[in-house]
Design a protein around this ligand. Sequence first.
Ligand code: ACO
Length: 437
Amino acid sequence: MATSKGKNETVTLIDNISGKRVDLPVLNGTIGPKVIDIRRLYAETGFFTYDPGYTATGSTESRITYIDGDKGVLLHRGYAIEDLAEKSDFMEVCYLLLKGELPTKEQKTRFEHDISRHTMVHEQLNFFFRGFRRDAHPMAIMCGVVGALSAFYHDSTDITDPRQRMIASYRLVAKMPTIAAMAYKYSIGQPFMYPRNDLKFAENFLYMMFGVPCEEYKVNPVLAKAMDRIFILHADHEQNASTSTVRMAGSTGANPFACIAAGIASLWGPAHGGANEAVLKMLGEIGDKKHIKAYLARVKDKKDGTMLMGFGHRVYKNYDPRAKVMQKTCYEVLDALKIKNEPLLDLAMELEQIALNDNYFVDRKLYPNVDFYSGIILKAMGFPTSMFTVLFAVARTVGWISQWSELIDDKEQKIGRPRQLYTGAEPRKFVPISKRT
Ligand code: ACO
C-alpha cells in the first residue's frame, strides 16, 4: 500500500535542551486530519512518543472506514452509514468492506451463494461445545470455539496464499452466526439448528436462534430486517480496540481464526462491545424515571466509579450516527411486536434527554453511542442479555477480517510492537534469598 505524502510538508521538532532539530514528514489522507510520520523519530533523536490508549496515534493506513467524530460521520469505503443502513443490506455491506466496492447484481448473487455454502460447521465442533459448562457466558464460548476453527480448517490458514485468505474470510463471516446460535442453544439445552441456505443471512440467524427441529419456524420479516440493520450498524468501525487487537495479532503472522478469536476477547469488555449488555443492566438498576437524577449524581461523582453506559466514545464528540438509526429501528421493532409501552425505552429516552442537558455531559461532549438503544431492541426480539455482545461479534467479524486482509496486503506492515516509558527500578544487584531482609 502506498502511503500518500503531502507536498513535502514537514513539522519540525526541536529539543529545547540540546537544540537538535528534526524535520518530520506530514502525510495526508483522502479526508481527515494530517498525520505526522514519526517512524524516524527514535533513530534521529533518541526519543519515543508517549500516548497511552493511542489517543493521538494512527497505527495504520487504511482505506476501509472513515470517522469524523466531531461531525458524527461514519463512512464505509466512502458510503455514509445512514445510506447503507437504509438502502443496502448486510451481505452488500460485507462485500463492500471485503472488496472495496458495492457488488453488481450478479456479484451479489454469487457472493450470497458462496457465503451460504460455508454456513455449516465441521460436525466435530458440535462435540467441542460439550466441553463447556451450560452456564458459561456465550462470549467465553465464542472465544474458544472461534479460536478452535484453526484446528478444523487447516486448508485456509496459510496467510501467504490469497485464495486461502479469501476462503478463511468467507468461512468466518458465514460460520459466526452458526456458532453464535449454537452457543445460545447449548446454554438453554435445546438441539443445535443446522443453517438453512435458502434463507437470507439475518433470517437464517434468527431461525437458528429461535427455531426448534420439531416445528416450523417462520421468521418475522420486520425482525429479520431489523437484525440485518443491526448487523450493518456494527459491521466495522475503523481502528477500535477489537480491530486493533485483530491487526496486532495478525501482524505476527497468526492465522485468521486465531486473530478473530483475539478480537472477540477484546470486544467482550464493558468499555467496548460489552456495553450493550451493561446498558440493560444499568437501566434495570435505575428501574424508574424518578431514580434517574440520583443515578446521574453517582455518575458525576468520580469517586463512585459509576459510568453512564452507552454514553461517550473515544472518537465521537457528537451524536454517534449509528445511535440515531438504532433508535429508529427500536421503534420499528416494538411496533412489529405490538409492544405499545416499553418502560425500558421510556426510561432510556428520559435518561438520554436529562444527560444531554446536563453540563457534565455537555462539557465532555458525551452523547449516546451505538449501544445505548441496541440492548432494548435485542431484548424485545427475545435475545438474552448475555447474547448481546455475541451479536456484535457476529456483525463485526466482516470488519475484522477486512482489516486483517488489508494488513496482510500492506507492504509497509511490520509486527506491532509499541515501546514504553519505563518507570521501574534502576539496575541493581541480585541479593541471595538468605541475605534478603
Ligand atoms: N459516563 C460518565 N463519564 C464519562 C463517560 C460515561 N459513559 N464516558 C466518559 N466520561 C468522562 C470521563 O470520566 C472523563 O471525565 P474527566 O475529563 O472529568 O476525567 C471524560 O468523560 C473523557 O472521557 P475519557 O475516559 O477520556 O474517554 P475515553 O475516550 O477514554 O473513553 C469510552 C471512551 C471508553 C467509550 C467511555 O466513554 C466509556 O467508558 N463509556 C461507557 C461505556 C460504553 O458505552 N462503551 C461503548 C463504546 S462504543 C463501542 O465500543 C461500541
